[in-house]
Write a protein that binds this ligand. Sequence first.
Ligand code: BYC
Length: 328
Amino acid sequence: MYGNAYIDPNDKAAMMTAGEDPQKLAEFEARIARGEKIEPKDWMPKEYRKQLVRMIEQHGHSEIIGALPEGTWITRAPGFKRKLALMAKVQDEVGHAQLLYSAAETLGKSREAMINDLITGKSKYSNVFNYPAYTWADACIIAWLIDAGAIINQVANAKGSYGPYCRALDRICTEESFHLKYGHDNVVTLATGTPKQRELVQAALTRWWPPIMHFFGPSDKISNHTEILMKWKVKMATNDDMRQQFLNMYVPKIWDLGLVIPDPNLKKNDEGKWEYTEPDWEEFKRVINGGGPCNAERLAVRRNAEERGRWVREALNTADAKYIVPLA
Ligand code: BYC
């Protein structure tokens, strides 16, 4: 029997590991402290497994749903080369979902269960993909600034503790860095183009700024999972630290283009920290819990894809030859 000792209910980490074998837990935490990777067959606390499944699965869903707002612009992207590049980017994002679902599967949750939790609205995915991409400039802002935020998060977490997730993130970051350059090139083209193009890109930046500030997760004061995830090196920086890193790297680049960030309080203070208007966390909660402008539409598209692809999955899974057309 484990876990009979008194546990301080305010000690969240201790509460989450109550009932675990203390010796195994200590060995596991020592491995993480030494910077070793945890692999699928290694012993791990139940909470570590649960947190990883939650986070990797949500990340996988974000990639697959994230392909939708940009995907709608493939046929309308200006010029053949931009269409090709956007098509490749969207394919990459779906490929990232494949890598992430495979990483989550190593922890014991099946892909079918993950997809089911996505389309029934049980699992979350990134807030940003619940907003519409009204114009070509929205697709450009996504490719530049959302991918930039994603890279900041993923480069940090690729140095984390769970082997399969870190290896997936390494591969994803390589591809994301191409996306970022593609997005930057598109935004520069618009920002240095005609007055109409500048107007389009400014309007898109104004629309996307609040969701981008939300993208890194709730402020550290109200984040639920950061403490335990950082203790186990699943997350390598807090939400606020990642937001700061993003502001540090991208605000100067946005200002260089002469674009206006829609936050009158945004400035770097004397300690080198960015000050900004506190994001609207009520809006964030509403959007991640199904109440954003596009949640219903995004899930309907996924449900439709799931339904229409059913016969292919069944044909692949069945020994029944009724779907197989004879070659001769
Ligand atoms: N959106 O305790 P917290 C891409 C939820 S896709 C929605 O701070 P945590 C791309 C959180 O799940 C890349 N929900 O959470 C694709 C939790 O709810 P539950 C997307 C969010 O996990 C296509 C609650 O809020 N990147 O780049 O410690 C085209 C409390 O939050 C969000 C990833 O998925 C959010 N933004 O930290 C273009 C990275 N933030 O589960 C581009 C992997 C928080 O308790 N994920 N929530 O009900 C992470 O790194 C972490 O999960 C987060 C949040 C930093 C996002």
